[in-house]
Design a protein around this ligand. Sequence first.
Ligand SMILES: Nc1ncnc2c1ncn2[C@@H]1O[C@H](COP(=O)(O)OP(=O)(O)OP(=O)(O)O)[C@@H](O)[C@H]1O
Ligand code: NI
Length: 320
Amino acid sequence: MNGDMMEKLLDVENVSISFIQYTKGLNQRDLKVITDLTLDISEGEILAVLGSSGSGKSLLAHAIFGILPENANLNGKIKFKGRELSQEDKEEIRGKDIVLVPQSVNFLDPLMKISDQAIGNVKSDDERKEKKIKQREIFEHYNLDPEVDDMYPFQLSGGMARRVLVSTALLSDPKLVVADEPTPGLDEKTVQETLNHFKHMKEDGIGVLLITHDIHAALEVADRIGIFYSGYVIEIAENKDFSGDGENLLHPYTKALYKALPANGFELTKGHQPLHGEIVEGCPYYDRCEMRFDRCKQERPQLIDLGNKKVRCFKYEEGA
Ligand SMILES: Nc1ncnc2c1ncn2[C@@H]1O[C@H](COP(=O)(O)OP(=O)(O)OP(=O)(O)O)[C@@H](O)[C@H]1O
Ligand code: NI
């Protein structure tokens, strides 16, 4: 599919998420977890967001669905098909045009039979029948036998539960699927299976936001990969840039990450990423950067838009 012809589905523009934290006495401070995050996804495209544990990946997903914790502050815009979504819009649209494949099976209701919760609320018996047929079809497609319909979540194996979450998400014919860490804890075969599901969605024109800390999974299915570092997206690269010597990758962190791949297994969190809320004045990667210059210590680089690619580094500023 030609990426240029596909309609834009999701725009996340300058999104920041913070928590109010009470310190000694009645002092409070803003604990920033995500800062100025910008990304977009089109029909038939898989965008992976790659970040270490605790980097705010699930919060990003929850912001899109309007299910952030009460004490979270959300700034910036989230748009679907060009229209900014209010909290009410998000509540309206979720589970329909946009669906979440949650990180945890705990999102399933432990007291409800699998097929009932997959079908969800219906307005009439006819609708229930219709949805039941569709549910069975999709479950069949994901190798979930009829007896699964009457099971409760605790009766599912890890792999089955994953397949239930994916097929439940697809039941509403979504335009966009947000998958939060769909692969950890799965055996190699089930990982492969899950990734294939995302490829099928892509072929069906669905946009997929794949949130993961597994760079191998990201590289296997994603068209583009957004790299989180210390609450920032420091680069959005194309999949094909992760090849050769990594010479087409832009940010020094992404380059280092790529170089570490074949040799070291892979370690995303090697070294110290400034913690959330730590006040870093300049570039968050300054301390580890091999290409830094003075300006990087005082001033924070903005995300530079290079068409399909984006990077947050002064080195790529015009005239630099
Ligand atoms: N309700 C809350 N109040 C305060 N801080 C919170 C709250 N929820 C999350 N956080 C903070 O936000 C950070 C990001 O959480 P999030 O679950 O989005 O990380 P993640 O990237 O999805 O991690 P993982 O890979 O472990 O799933 C956490 O490290 C935590 O410090
Ligand atoms: Ni998470």
